[in-house]
Design a protein around this ligand. Structure first.
Ligand code: DC
Length: 255
């Protein structure tokens, strides 16, 4: 089973997706970390990342995306990865710098980079029950995901949450975070390939004013309903139309 969790930067996807994976006992895949890893490799090779990307940079970035699979290290018994690795190097923290934040936008806009990483994500999802987090999971990577959630929150709320992680953030820093969130939203939503968008059959959940626990509980309940519905539909005793009785997820409301 795939639980797809998409949404804009700072919507709380990572925190929520990890907790949902833990509750369900599913694997967790952070697809943003994969795009960040490719961007990080480009930075370490000092490629020219000015936009539009020069042809030589683009060629090398595509090569990296195809030839340097990102891997995740797990601690036994924990569904959440403890490390992000590329070429055996632990880059968990290195991909969370402001430089990577900036470099990842043009890198993730390239169709060939997306194709390479999408394929790796599909392989992972076919092998595990997964909570997969990103921007295009429900629209492109797994359009048939059993549950698709599109998490949103107002830009101001998202900036506030980010700033909270850094207790000493000044007013100017909060303003800079907000500006960066607005810039990334615009970039991710307007790119030609796999733009950030809610799938028509996704459950759009506005988390402004909700606690993390409330969001997690709502998603876990939905996933469990789906699993029960699927199990009932595949039972040999199920009437022929049991699948149709599986509750659907409607936009904006938990079904
Ligand atoms: O979720 P994140 O902020 O770590 O993602 C980093 C960048 O990667 C973000 O700018 C959007 C991009 N991304 C994407 O284009 N598609 C995904 N499935 C995941 C992330």
């Amino acid at each position: 089973m795939i639980v797809a969790i998409d949404g804009p930067a700072g919507s709380g996807k990572s925190t929520v997706a990890k907790l949902v994976a833990r509750e369900l006992g599913f694997a967790y895949l952070d697809t943003g970390a994969m795009y960040r890893s490719v961007a990080w490799c480009a930075l370490t090779e000092h490629l020219d990342l000015s936009e539009p990307l020069p042809a030589a940079s683009l060629a090398r970035i595509r090569e990296i995306a195809h030839s340097e699979p990102v891997t995740f290290a797990f601690t036994p018994g924990d569904p959440l990865p403890s490390q992000v690795l590329i070429g055996g190097e632990n880059i968990t923290r290195l991909i969370r710098t402001p430089e990577t934040d900036k470099a990842v936008s043009p890198v993730s806009a390239d169709p060939q980079v997306r194709e390479a990483l999408t394929e790796q994500q599909r392989v992972f999802g076919r092998e595990h029950d997964t909570v997969m987090e990103g921007r295009d999971i429900g629209t492109v990577v797994f359009p048939d995901a059993e549950l698709k959630v599109f998490l949103t929150a107002s830009a101001a709320e998202r900036a506030r949450r980010r700033a909270q992680q850094n207790a000493t953030a000044s007013e100017a820093e909060v303003a800079a975070i907000l500006a960066d969130i607005i810039r990334r939203d615009a970039y991710d939503s307007s790119r030609e390939v796999a733009p950030l968008a809610a799938a028509p059959d996704s459950w759009e959940l506005d988390t402004t004013g909700m606690t993390i626990d409330e969001v997690v509980a709502a998603i876990v309940a939905q996933a469990e309903t789906r699993m029960e519905g699927a199990a009932a539909a595949s039972s040999p005793d199920a009437p022929p139309d049991a699948a149709a009785a599986t509750p659907g997820v409607r936009r904006g409301t938990p079904a």
